[in-house]
Design a protein around this ligand. Structure first.
Ligand SMILES: [Zn+2]
Length: 188
């Protein structure tokens, strides 16, 4: 009985559903890299089956932002994934703001507990600041998915230390999410 994990590398290259940028990094590219590394970790673990929203770096999902998000959610719902992990990177006009956070649809849900373990895994492995699990029921990928869903903000591209970590060692973020997932599922 394998556990089905859907990984959504947030945003697209180009102008449709474009993400943040900062310190020379593009969010969509960072998300693609970390999400694909996480997919490789899960692919090499026979306890998991994995699918990703974007197959290759140039792939663009949807013709509008709405369609882009709907496509990702539809893929996960249609596959009947057990868990949905959307990978994002943050930005703020204040370059001092830094750290990792995880968004979920509501408190004290399975997604909430998964989010806590994923956040601990990232903070321990990548060395970012712990900004806690946060609730945001407005996020489409969290409210339209039919399985526990988390949206992970790896770090702030607008903060030079976070950006450097994401540039130098994206694997530490992917590995942190993987360890968090194993912790949540009692598979360590
Ligand atoms: Zn984003």
């Amino acid at each position: 009985m394998t556990i089905k994990i859907f990984i959504d590398q947030g945003h697209n290259p180009g102008n449709i559903n474009a993400g943040a940028s900062g310190n020379g990094l593009e969010e969509q590219a960072v998300n693609f890299t970390v999400g694909s590394m996480l997919a490789d970790l899960l692919d090499n673990d026979p306890r998991f089956a994995v699918r990703t929203s974007r197959m290759y770096p140039q792939q663009v999902l949807g013709n509008t932002t709405t369609m882009s998000l709907q496509t990702r959610v539809h893929m996960a719902n249609y596959w009947d994934a057990d868990y949905f992990i959307s990978i994002h990177s943050n930005s703020n006009t204040n370059p001092a703001i830094n750290g990792s956070e995880v968004y979920v649809y509501r408190r004290d849900s399975q997604a909430w507990y998964l989010g806590e373990d994923i956040l601990s895994g990232i903070v321990e492995n990548a060395g970012t600041r712990d900004n806690q699990v946060r609730v945001n029921p407005a996020l489409y990928v969290l409210r339209a998915t039919r399985m526990p869903a988390v949206l992970v903000e790896l770090g702030y591209l607008s903060n030079s230390q976070d950006a450097q970590k994401l540039l130098d060692d994206p694997y530490s973020f992917a590995y942190g999410i993987y360890v968090g997932l194993l912790t949540y599922l009692n598979l360590l």
